[in-house]
Structures are given as C-alpha cells and as structure tokens.
Write a protein that binds this ligand. Sequence first.
Ligand SMILES: Nc1ncnc2c1ncn2[C@@H]1O[C@H](COP(=O)(O)OP(=O)(O)O)[C@@H](O)[C@H]1O
Ligand SMILES: C[C@@](O)(CCOP(=O)(O)OP(=O)(O)O)CC(=O)O
Length: 437
Amino acid sequence: MRAFSAPSKALLAGGYLVLDANYSSFVIALSPRMGATINSNPNGPTNTIFVQSPQFKGKWSYTYKDGVLSSLGKRNPFIESTMEAVFAFLSPSTFHCINITIYSDPEYHSQENTITRFSNNRRKFLFHEKDISKVPKTGLGSSAGLVTVLTTALLADFSKIDLESKTDLRTIHNLAQIAHCKAQGKIGSGFDVASATFGSIVYRRFDPMQIDGVAFEQRQIKDVVLQDWKMVAEKCALPEGIKLLMGDVMGGSETPKLVSKVLQWRRDRPEESLGVWKKLDEANMSLIENLNELAISSNYTDLLHFMSLHSVNSIAKLDHTSKDFLKSKPLLNVISSFQHIRKQLRIMGEKSGADIEPRSQTELLNECSDIPGVIGGVVPGAGGFDAICLLVVRSAIDDIIQTTKKNPAFDSVTWLDLEEESEGVQEENVQSYLFAE
Ligand SMILES: Nc1ncnc2c1ncn2[C@@H]1O[C@H](COP(=O)(O)OP(=O)(O)O)[C@@H](O)[C@H]1O
Ligand SMILES: C[C@@](O)(CCOP(=O)(O)OP(=O)(O)O)CC(=O)O
C-alpha cells in the first residue's frame, strides 16, 4: 500500500485577474490535505477499481474493459472523470483489482455532526453523518485536492513517477486539470488544481483552448497532456516568521455568481475595467515582490519585532523619527500593497455590483488594522462573505487571537487551525492513514 496527499489553497492575490492569462496570481498552499491510499489486491476481480471515502460513507466501483471505464452503482463526477482521464492516458491491459481510500483533513468541510478518529495518533479525521454532496464545504478546494491526489495515486500504481521531477508533476497537473474541468463542466482558471499539484505558487493560467473539447481517448489525451501548456507555476513560500491566518466568517457566497457579475462588467465597460485590472495587478505583484524584499532585508528580525508591537494604524500615525527606521523599507511596502489590493477589489465590487469586499468584511479587515502584529489582510479568492485571510507576525499570534476574542466585532469569526504548507502533492507514510481498529 502507498499513500499520497495534496494540499488545500487560499488565493491571497489575483482573484478574477487569474481568469485571464495576462495576469499572475499568488496562491498559498495550506496544511489541510486530501489523502489517498492505494493498493492492488491479487484476489479481487481483475480490471476493477474500488474507491471509498469512509468519512462520508462513500463507496464507488469501476471496471475498465476494452478501453472503456464503466461506473457501477453510485456516481461521483470528480472520481469518475479522474479515472477516465488516467485510464485513457495509460490505457492498461489486464490489471489486478485496485483499492483506493480517500481521507480528507477536517478543515475542508463543516465540522457539525461529526465523530473524531485518529490514525496512530498522527492525523485527525472527522466522520460525517451525511453524504459528501450534502456536507457544506469551507472553500479550501476539496475537489481539486481529491482529483490531484487520485491522479497521483493511480499514476504511481501503474507507472514509476517521481514527485521531485518537474515533468512528472506537469503530467499529474495536466491530467488532473482536464479531469477537474470535465467534472465541473467548465474550464476555470485552474489555480486550485495547480496549487494542489505544485504547492504555493505564483500562477499564470493555461490557455483554455488547450483542453477545450478534449476527449478521454488515448491518442488525443496523450497528445494534450504531454504538450507544453505554457502556464506558469513558480514555487514560492511566505517568509519565515510570517503566518497566514484564515478566519471563517460563516457567511457564504456563491463564487460563480460573483464571477459572472464581474465578467459582465468587464464586457460592458472594457476601458474602465481595464484600468482597475491594471491597478489591481500592480498591487498584487507588488505584494509578492515586497514580501520577497522583506524576507531578505538585513534587519528582517527587527522589522518583524517592530510589527509585532505595532498595528498598521499605529504605524501610520508614527512620527518621522520612528518612521525613518522603516522608511523605504519593505515592511511599509507590504502594508501598502495590501491596502492597494483592497481598494481596487472594493472598486471592482462597487462597479460590477458583486459583493467582493462587502461592508461587513471591510469593517472586520479595518478592525484588524488596529491589532499589533497584523501586517495586512484581504478577502481571499472571489471575496464575499466566506472568509478573511491575514498575514501576521508568527510570534504575535497568541496575542492577536486573544485581542480578537475580547472584541465583539470578531464574534462571527472562527480562526481556522491551518498554516501555509508550501509543498504540493507528496508521498506520505502509509501509517498516517491507518486506523487501529
Ligand atoms: N473526501 C471526499 N471524498 C469523496 N469525494 C469528495 C471528497 N471531497 C470532495 N469530494 C468531491 O468534490 C465535490 C465538491 O467539489 P466542489 O463543489 O468543487 O467543492 P470545493 O470548492 O471544495 O472543491 C463533492 O461533492 C465530491 O464529489
Ligand atoms: C474568482 C476566481 O478568480 C477565484 C475564486 O477563488 P475561490 O478560492 O473563492 O474559489 P472557490 O473555492 O471555487 O469558491 C475564480 C477562479 O479563478 O476560478
């Protein structure tokens, strides 16, 4: 038996712009991971694949004969199209029965009505009462994680793959991207599948024409998967000492509705919207550059210490002597990049009628500007009422949480137990997924 896992994501900068290949986005891979174990069973029926997701009482079965994958019984579009893509790509002849088990970390889904189990006291898994399609999601990208880890497990079972090899990661990514688009019935920006594969990245999307109309047929899928998609997925990571803090706001928004409003405005007002696109892109790119600058600045530790004692608002009020210490230093630039991103997202929201940074979120993020140790924050991804995402000084985290507990403005916020974990898809110790019965 072998085990693999793929990370969840937060789109810290680049929402909406990432849909257009002219713009880059900043995707942070997060510690909650989707896992899969895979093993062959020589005693089971040949050319049969059993997939189960015990946390959601999910069981799906497939057979593969004469190049055709058939689903027996219950359907799961994401599992099914991953199987179809990988089998079309590999086109295996006879093979032993395959057993796959899916494991998802707690933060992907609402944790209501669950029973907790630990695997060898390593990982915690929640077992839900309801079927997977009925359990509310938190927006961390469960389907992208599922498709990516399943693609990896299947490829590893049938062939030799090296998760350190850029070529093999491209193959996993391209297959997973095709499978995910088929299951969703649309070609999105794909940033979630890209970060499930590569981890934390600066991402520029592939050309949608690349996979438009591709069929699960061996020659065609091989051609497409092995081509250069001309996308960009440059690995990156937050500077040490800076922590990503995600607050679930228990609101909920529908990404497709927000996206359609924004794209409609872009079509209706091409010139006006292009201005916003350009300014937002500048702010996004300056956030990435300034974080890199900050990480290599000679007085980095001093700057972080300073930040842990000051809030964004108190820094704005500092006199010149104190500011000289920071002047032309990247910390101030990171702070202002966040402010520019928020400003442009608010303009985009106002002009398009999409609630990207709704007033309640503006108020919350403004409150964060009064907390020492908070460098900046945004509404991640498509925005809306789902979540806020902050970058904070790691050493100040306990004080930050305490401060928010005392402030009623944060009553609706639940801080999620997650971190950046910049690694993409990886092999795991099987023991992490085995339960002592
Ligand atoms: N642990 C899991 N086991 C089985 N299927 C899963 C699991 N997690 C996600 N899925 C599949 O992904 C679907 C959710 O995908 P989607 O709506 O794209 O949500 P998300 O935004 O979290 O990716 C589920 O309905 C199910 O088909
Ligand atoms: C608007 C977008 O650019 C980003 C949406 O990011 P989210 O992280 O909000 O995504 P969901 O998990 O699907 O809700 C649309 C896209 O890139 O697909």
